[in-house]
Design a protein around this ligand. Structure first.
Ligand code: 3H9
Length: 720
């Protein structure tokens, strides 16, 4: 795990723990042994710590966090490094993160290769850098930079780290060779001033003001998260308190976070995200045994918001796109949108203007589907209409080369139906992007009954290439995200009828951690969209909706949103929706007495006596309706594992990461409690069939000791 070698009078400790050289028990032990061995060897005058493979250690081994701690602790190793009488030089490359950076800060010198980066991502795991990271970083950077870096988890490149004083030198070429030259140059120098524990932190006089400013910022930016606040408190302590006291404070704040539920959820989310990309099909094909095809050209159909956003994702990573639109005016509008969005990235310094020009060069427009005859993958992003999509896929099938993969950016429609319009159902998939497609990281990829493993592998790989978190699901109406979200949102309307107001429900769910309550989301999206969809559904069912409609297709129906629509309140764009706005498109939402009045009279019209709906009920009915559906989704093999569902909710709907996702949240509440409440709502809320308890949940809830999440799907009948 740590190789020891001596070259001349330099000892080299090489950490060898692929893939990211995590500081596992054996690595810590190896480093400590190496330092002690170098101390005993009279020949050795300096020590280099370096990582083998792709990176310097990227942090503590997160898989060890829930196990009993094994000696030596990271701080024990670090303190031995600092106490060494022979200079220790950490030579960084790749991503020197978390505990890795802490090891470097215990060392007397730090050099890095030009492409290396450093950072403290612990905050994303719900903890803080607990091996003196918060104590040591401010000693080199001052409190402002340390607070910003540690509370945000931001990674900084080598040049910026040099500017901040984190590094002593940035080198090009062979890192080990450069580190040896550096070691030769410092091996006889005294170590006074190189041991950070003795360095007086800078900025003590201004730390209170810096802390207050940083606190206000993190409370806004990371609302609800505990770790960023503890990070700031610890850095403040490091600047104000004597060294040992600040270490004790750091340990106390670290332990508090580590033992809390937020960190458990955030660590789960870290691994869930990685597990989601490891897809597996019922036939046994998987990410591990299926090779993706190479993609060198793509086509996007539709130059609207979604099509343009998808095209940006592709050209941004160097993949050429042919964008097709029937209407030349729309095509030009789409091209302009893309150019403007990339222009904004340049203005925000996220992209150079040369890079923007290169990206735009990869974008071509075409006025007919013929333009797609040579591309490897097509992503269709037209209006959500099955007949239209089938017509387009039938044409594509004739035009595109036989090996081309055809994807539909649909949020609900059956992939098998779309595939049936082609002679290549094995090469048809759903690729559900979330809006705005160039920002949202989730890509819900949908396979149909005949989709081939290679098609799946190719589109999952394409998702990774364009920087998304691709999650694979089986086709069904609404797939995973919208199918569950529909239940989550439906309950909000019913609770309005029963006694709550839009602002009550939004506030409770925002306090729970959702980025926006469902009524603010509705106002933002535009209430005409939902109205159109409801009219379409009613038309298909051959019924007409009235303002007193209470049931649709034997299911409970709320016509409150229809009443609002009829009042001309179409959301933010009209300055009125569930809320009142100062003017159309304004952001600040005000509760509106007219809406309250409308809700009250509607309840009366449909014969409901309004009552108080508690915060607890709002949370339960929204989340448990979605969770029950999540268990049905697992039962039916639509998602392969609970992690897939959680990742979809974390990245597609902003479910609070410190709750891990709806399925993890259910595991923390306790499956028997969740099941019991679902049974209660099933009994008390008739005509909402989604409250019928999931059979899988019932079985899991019957265990006296709750089963771990990785065993849940072992209990599905129609297991993958
Ligand atoms: C810490 O340091 C605490 C200390 O301050 C104090 C302690 C007292 N441990 O992401 P990838 C696995 S907390 C264990 O796909 P990339 C990962 O699960 C830590 N395993 O690669 C995956 O496994 P698999 C602070 C880890 O190239 C494989 O490695 N550090 C760890 O896209 C490849 O990972 C962090 O939070 C770990 N620390 O990205 C850094 N890290 O193949 C967390 C990764 O079975 N790591 N794995 O799915 C990262 O951000 C990224 O992994 C990194 C590489 C940027 C390094």
């Amino acid at each position: 795990m740590v190789d020891y070698a001596v070259d001349g009078n330099i000892a080299v400790l090489s950490v060898n723990n692929p893939p990211v050289n995590a500081l596992s028990h054996r690595v810590r032990e190896g480093l400590l042994n190496g330092i002690e061995k170098a101390a005993r060897d009279d020949k050795v005058k300096a020590v280099i710590i370096i990582g083998k493979g792709r990176t310097f250690p990227s942090g503590a081994d997160i898989t060890e966090f829930d196990k009993p701690v094994r000696e030596p602790w990271l701080t024990v190793v670090g303190r031995a490094i600092e106490a060494s009488r022979k200079p220790v030089i950490s030579a960084l490359h790749g991503a020197a993160l978390g505990g890795g950076l802490e090891i470097a800060l215990f060392s007397h010198y730090r050099i890095a290769s030009k492409k290396g980066s450093v950072g403290f991502p612990e905050v994303a795991l719900g903890i803080l850098p607990g091996a003196e990271g918060t104590v040591r970083l401010p000693r080199v950077t001052g409190p402002a930079v340390a607070m910003e870096m540690i509370s945000s988890g931001r990674r900084v490149g080598a040049q910026e780290a040099l500017k901040f004083g984190i590094l002593d030198k940035v080198v090009e070429g062979d890192l080990l060779k450069e580190a040896k030259l550096f070691a030769e140059s410092v091996k006889d120098k005294p170590l006074d001033g190189r041991r950070l524990k003795y360095v007086k932190p800078k900025g003590a006089e201004s730390v209170d003001a810096i802390y207050e400013g940083a606190l206000a910022e993190v409370k806004k930016r990371f609302k609800g998260f505990n770790a960023p606040v503890n990070c700031l408190m610890s850095v403040k302590g490091a600047v104000k308190l004597p060294y040992e006291e600040s270490c004790a404070l750091e340990r106390q704040l670290f332990t508090e976070l580590m033992s809390g539920g937020q960190s458990r959820a955030q660590r789960y989310a870290f691994f869930a995200e990685r597990a989601a990309t490891k897809w597996r099909l019922p036939c046994g094909a998987s990410a591990a045994n299926t090779k993706p095809s190479e993609i060198t050209s793509t086509g996007v159909i539709g130059a609207g918001t979604m099509g343009s956003g998808i095209a940006i994702c592709l050209i941004r990573v160097g993949i050429p796109v042919v964008m097709v639109e029937r209407d030349e005016k729309m095509l030009q509008k789409g091209m302009r949108t893309i150019s403007d969005i990339l222009g904004e990235s340049v203005r925000r310094k996220r992209m150079t203007s040369e890079r923007r020009t290169e990206c735009l060069r990869l974008l071509k427009g075409a006025a007919s589907l013929e333009g797609l005859k040579d591309v490897d993958v097509v992503i269709e992003a037209v209006f959500e209409n099955l007949a239209l999509k089938k017509e387009i896929f039938a044409k594509l099938d004739k035009i595109c080369k036989p090996s081309a993969i055809l994807c539909s950016n649909t949020s609900t429609l059956d992939i098998d139906q779309i595939a049936s319009a082609t002679s290549r159902p094995d090469k048809v998939m759903g690729a559900h992007f979330f809006s705005p497609a160039y920002i949202m990281r989730l890509l819900e990829n949908i396979y149909g009954a005949k989709t081939s493993p290679q098609t799946v592998a190719t589109i999952m790989q394409l998702g990774k290439t364009i920087g998304k978190i691709p999650v694979l699901v089986k086709t069904c109406h609404g797939f995973v995200g919208n199918r569950m979200n529909q239940k989550f949102s439906s309950e909000a309307f019913f609770m309005l009828e029963e006694g709550a107001l839009p602002q009550d429900i939004d506030q409770v769910l925002e306090d729970f951690g959702m980025p926006m309550g469902p009524f603010k989301v509705g106002d933002l999206a535009g209430l005409d969209i939902g109205w159109n969809i409801r009219q379409e559904v009613a038309k298909k069912l051959g019924v007409s909706l009235t303002l007193e409609t209470k049931y649709l297709n034997a299911e409970r129906y709320s016509s409150l949103a229809d009443r609002l629509y009829e009042m001309g309140r179409h959301g933010r764009k009209t300055g009125k929706g569930w809320y009142r706005y100062e003017k159309p498109m304004a952001v600040k939402a005000y509760p509106d007495a007219d809406v309250t009045e409308m809700i009250n009279s509607h309840a009366k019209a449909i014969g409901l006596t309004r009552r108080t709906v508690s915060a607890q009920e709002i949370i339960e009915r929204s989340t448990y309706a979605a969770i029950n559906e999540g268990f049905k989704i697992l039962e039916q093999g639509v998602a392969e594992k609970p992690e897939d569902i959680d990742v979809i909710w974390l990245y597609g709907f902003g479910f609070p990461r410190y709750r891990g996702g709806p399925m993890f949240y259910a595991s923390q509440v306790g499956l028997s409690r969740v099941y019991e409440r679902i049974c209660h709502y099933h009994k008390t809320l008739p005509y909402s069939s989604y409250w019928v308890p999931s059979d899988l949940l019932r079985r899991l809830a019957s265990y006296t000791t709750q089963l771990p999440m990785d065993q849940w799907t072992k209990f599905t009948d129609c297991k993958l």
